[in-house]
Design a protein around this ligand. Structure first.
Ligand code: ZN
Length: 425
């Protein structure tokens, strides 16, 4: 049986002379000597291609296996007096390896230990350091036959005219960076749960016309820190984009975005945002809750939006709020949205309750509210900015919760808005 790991060899007879850590492969097996089988393991590495052989029977002083669950363990051998410090081993493979050593240690009949095969020479590919980075820059280089090494941590596939994501990529559990820019992708598979380590995803320069919702499934959403979707055709971001709660960087330059969801301000981890060259006329009020390390919102249509009420006629004739649903939602949000009772509600309703808009008076609005626009000095949102708007203020869309707030707003919009800011701070 084989065990691949990182290994440091400590020679107890020459303290302080430990070997450098190197990727090694243990080959554990049996060998016939005279009429008896004996158990050995041989350690192969790039430096020691012919391998160093250790006897197992009556030759292990101690096995330090407290950290076997983390893929670590140390074997103290009698002769030569070496401590073999194993790390980065596959946890299951290490457990199996230690189990067999224990059977041998307990003097189990060797022929009964099914895992022990005759010692063979290991293949070259078993000794080589596992491949962690792969770059495919043309269709010719695409590994159609061989697939992708399961050890990959970075995979870059650019300019390959990919229309679908290869199912073999979805099994790469060690992958942290996946760059699929400059392809022809329109969608992603429904489930990316197999990409257990994914942190950075680059989907720039593809054919996405809507945001890939598979990224918002619970496990995947928690993992992603950096998402790039520049140069696509996306016009809306979903309201539940807030599920990307660890997202630090979001780049959606040169798309067709016409609005940003009201819940956007709940993306508390967001530090770097690029919304350059879209069709945004205003941003939601919650946007002002964010503080960026870097922000680029140039190349949008903020100048086209007027400050003031969006539609004056409409709201004079209708009471706000007007539905029982709206009144109930407002009450629940004001009481407690983290309550355990709410966990049982349908996801859609939970998302609605978690992303209200807020009137300057502090009242949450869900589906109803009287929309109005005010301007805001964008430099207050960030200290580093690539910002080429002509000193124009940013346009922010917000909602008035009731006819009472509507009347106060109409009397003096600036004062009403300012009071709201003081209250919300
Ligand atoms: Zn109000």
């Amino acid at each position: 049986m084989l065990l691949k790991c990182d290994l440091v060899v400590l020679n107890r007879s020459a303290p302080g002379m430990e070997s450098r850590k190197c990727h090694s492969t243990f080959m554990l097996g049996k060998e016939k000597k005279k009429d008896k089988h004996e158990v050995f393991f041989t350690i192969y590495s790039a430096k020691s291609k012919s391998g160093t052989k250790y006897k197992v029977h009556d030759n292990i002083l101690k096995v330090h296996n407290r950290f076997a669950r983390e893929g670590k363990c140390t074997l103290s051998m009698k002769t030569p007096p070496h401590d073999l410090a194993i790390s980065k081993a596959d946890v299951n493979a290490l457990k199996k390896f230690l189990h067999v050593l224990k059977l041998v240690f307990n003097k189990e009949e060797i022929s009964n230990i099914s895992e022990l095969e005759n010692i063979l020479k290991v293949k070259k590919c078993d000794i080589e350091k596992p491949k962690v980075k792969m770059q495919v820059l043309s269709r010719k280089e695409y590994p159609l036959k061989n697939g992708f090494p399961s050890t990959l941590e970075t995979l870059i596939i650019n300019g390959c005219v990919l229309q679908r994501l290869d199912a073999r990529i979805l099994k790469l559990s060690a992958l942290t960076i996946l760059d699929l820019s400059e392809n022809k992708l329109k969608t992603l598979p429904e489930c990316l749960d197999g990409l257990k380590s994914l942190r950075c995803l680059n989907l720039s320069n593809n054919d996405f016309d809507c945001f890939p919702c598979c990224l918002l499934r619970s496990e995947t959403a928690d993992r992603i820190h950096i998402l790039e979707m520049n140069f696509n055709k996306i016009s809306y971001l979903p309201n539940n984009i807030v599920r990307l709660k660890n997202l630090h960087t979001l780049k959606i330059k040169d798309n067709h975005l016409v609005s940003i969801p009201h819940s956007f301000g709940n993306m508390k981890s967001l530090q770097r945002l690029e919304l350059t060259n879209n069709m945004l006329q205003c941003l939601p009020w919650s946007f002002l809750k964010l503080k960026f390390d870097f922000l680029d919102i140039s190349g949008n249509a903020f100048g086209e939006m007027n400050v003031g009420l969006l539609d004056e006629k409409y709201h004079k004739e209708l009471p706000v709020p007007s539905t029982l649903f709206e009144i109930c939602c407002r009450k629940i949000i004001q009481t407690d949205t983290k309550s355990k009772d709410l966990q049982r509600l349908p996801t859609l309703l939970k998302d609605i309750l978690r992303s209200p808009k807020y009137c300057p008076c502090g009242m949450p609005c869900v589906n109803e509210g009287i929309p109005y626009v005010f301007s805001y000095d964008v430099s207050r949102l960030t200290h580093a900015m690539s910002y080429s708007m002509e000193r124009d203020h940013l346009k922010i869309l917000n909602y008035l919760c009731s006819m009472k707030c509507y009347q106060s707003y109409c009397k003096d919009p600036v004062l009403f808005q300012r009071r709201g800011f003081l209250k919300r701070k």
